[in-house]
Design a protein around this ligand. Structure first.
Ligand code: C2O
Length: 552
């Protein structure tokens, strides 16, 4: 194993999209940011130097961070932010993971522009468990672009209690593509050769939208999700939620030179709210063997084929797609699903409202303020980092260990109950002894229109053992759980008007954030944290913090 060293200079950079220019926060002047490469087993060191005027921290989304919680990155959870002019070296090892993950800023909405791919190759000499071996591998990062400054967009929403302005475009590797006005020059192109297979490393880095993705006239074979191999299956279209990643194979077919096909992404949602309903397109272009300038090298007059994407609210497509995802569960890549459970949890996940504190002028429904919560706690970020407070034994005034946990109970969470005004603010964690096998059922509460919530857990992969629509039934549903080859991942959609059940083993000491990866829901409080205690053995303890850990 090697040590891979990277330098990340966080800085302001002028970028033009859709014919308007704004100054954005970037890493090394790049949007999207640089790709981090490693092999499974490698150590990674990233020196992040903050030259921007914003507080910053970087999260290595999906990296398990075994015994390296200090490097996980969410601001005020595992570290204080890196202040302007300061730096911090993130040190971690890639253990037992290979595939595609990504890194992003983890403070306010700065991840809108501060993000990039993480490509994890298998150890040298270890082949992929699927075939054919790809001729080339291409990161394909989907994002979301606002003409306005995203920090101003979220600050205004939080000030008024209403929803934020929706984005102006989706992007593919930073480019909105030809279906937007004033954007034809900013189109991602992938040149391919007939007969060759390409591996697209898909990442959904959009802030607030699940996306369908499809390539005209080509099929996609899904071989992994969230850096875990799956049993390969082939589809025309896939769906990917913010935070999720997936490697897919695309085989270029015999066709005429210069043939062009759109690769498109556009949102899946079944909320009634406002959202950006536009389409980003990139171009898959077959190589033209004719020299540039010769008659046949001009593709201008050839048609470009577009894919058929599902209807925007096609929830049954999404349910069928997610049901296809199965762990490889082979001898070489077993699925270590906890068969016994030590603690069972039932969390309600959803949107609600707060009455307005002052004079009722908030811009949420009926003059209220939007709130999002887990078990009716809308999480408030502390002003000191939870992990440091825990490690130094100074949790008083920073967090409480009384996150409300209820026994499993039947309850009607669906339909349209009145506005949920029971939501309370708090900074509360669930404490787990080292090694606890956890089963967690998350139930969407549908209180403000059904919307799927992509829940992301830091520090672990979990197994998705069950999911369904309506109310979870503790008497009947567990009997149907898949404990053999459930998909293993770090971000799962709690279906709109439904529930999902996951299992994980708490074998990684530290404080681990869990939150909806829709940034607007995160801002409204749809987040909580698990505190996993040290085990009794010497190799089951969180090491002390690095000396350059930022202070608040
Ligand atoms: Cu990718 Cu806590 O997030």
């Amino acid at each position: 194993a090697e040590t891979r060293r990277y330098q990340f200079d966080v800085q302001m950079t002028s970028v033009t999209r859709l014919c308007s220019t704004k100054s954005i926060v970037t890493v090394n002047g790049q949007y999207p940011g640089p790709t981090l490469f490693a092999r499974e087993g490698d150590h990674v060191e990233v020196n992040v130097v903050n030259h921007s005027p914003y507080n910053m921290s970087i999260h290595w989304h999906g990296v398990r961070q075994l015994f390296s919680a200090w490097a996980d990155g969410p601001s005020y959870i595992t570290q204080c932010p890196i202040q302007p002019g300061q730096s911090y070296v993130y040190r971690f090892q890639i253990v037992g993971q290979r595939g595609t993950l990504w890194w992003h800023a983890h403070i306010s909405w700065l991840r809108a522009t501060v993000h990039g791919p993480i490509v994890i190759l298998p150890p040298a000499g270890v082949p992929y468990p699927f075939s054919p071996a790809p001729h080339a591998e291409v990161p394909l990062m989907l994002g979301e672009w606002w003409r306005n400054d995203t920090e101003a967009v979220i600050a205004e929403a939080l000030r008024t209690g209403g929803g934020p302005n929706i984005s102006d475009a989706y992007t593919m590797n930073g480019l909105p593509g030809p279906l937007y006005n004033c954007s034809a020059q900013e189109t991602f192109k992938l040149k391919v050769k007939p007969g060759k297979t390409y591996m697209l490393r898909l990442i959904n880095a959009a802030l607030n939208d699940e996306l369908f993705f499809s390539v005209a006239n080509h099929t996609l074979t899904v071989v992994d999700v969230d850096a875990v191999y799956v049993k390969p299956f082939t589809v025309d279209t896939l769906v990917i939620a913010p935070g999720q990643t997936s490697n897919v194979l695309l085989t270029a077919k015999p066709t005429y030179p210069g043939a062009r096909y759109y690769m498109e992404a556009r949102p899946y949602t079944n909320t009634q709210g406002t959202f950006d309903n536009t389409t980003v397109a990139g171009v898959l272009e077959y190589e033209d063997p004719c020299p540039v300038g010769s008659a046949s090298s001009s593709t201008k007059n050839l048609p470009v084929f577009a894919p058929d994407l599902p209807q925007i609210n096609d929830t049954s497509f999404v349910a069928n797609y997610t049901a296809k995802l199965r762990s490889l569960a082979s001898t070489q890549y077993p699925a270590a699903v906890p068969q016994q459970v030590d603690r069972r949890f039932f969390f309600t996940v959803g949107l609600g409202t707060h009455p307005c504190a002052v004079n009722g002028t908030c811009q949420g429904p009926n003059g209220s303020r939007f709130a999002a919560s887990i078990n009716n706690v809308s999480f408030v970020l502390p002003t000191k980092a939870l992990l440091q407070s825990h490690f130094t034994g100074k949790s008083k005034g920073v967090y409480a260990s009384n996150f409300p946990v209820y026994p499993l109970m039947p309850f009607n969470y669906t339909g349209t109950p009145p506005n949920n005004t029971n939501v309370m603010n708090g900074t509360k964690v669930v404490v787990l002894p080292f090694g606890t096998n956890v089963e967690l059922v998350m139930q969407d509460t549908s209180i403000l229109g059904a919307e799927s919530h992509p829940l992301h857990l830091h520090g672990f992969n979990f197994f998705v053992v069950g999911q369904g629509f309506g109310n979870f039934d503790p008497a009947k549903d567990p009997a149907k759980f898949n404990l053999v080859d459930p998909v293993e991942r770090n971000t799962v959609g709690v279906p709109a008007g439904g529930w999902v059940a996951i299992r994980f083993r708490a074998d990684n000491p530290g404080v681990w954030f869990m939150h909806c990866h829709l940034e607007v829901h995160m801002s409204w409080g749809l987040k909580m944290a698990w505190l996993v205690l040290d085990g009794s053995q010497p190799n089951q303890k969180l090491p002390p913090p690095p000396s350059d850990l930022p202070q608040c």
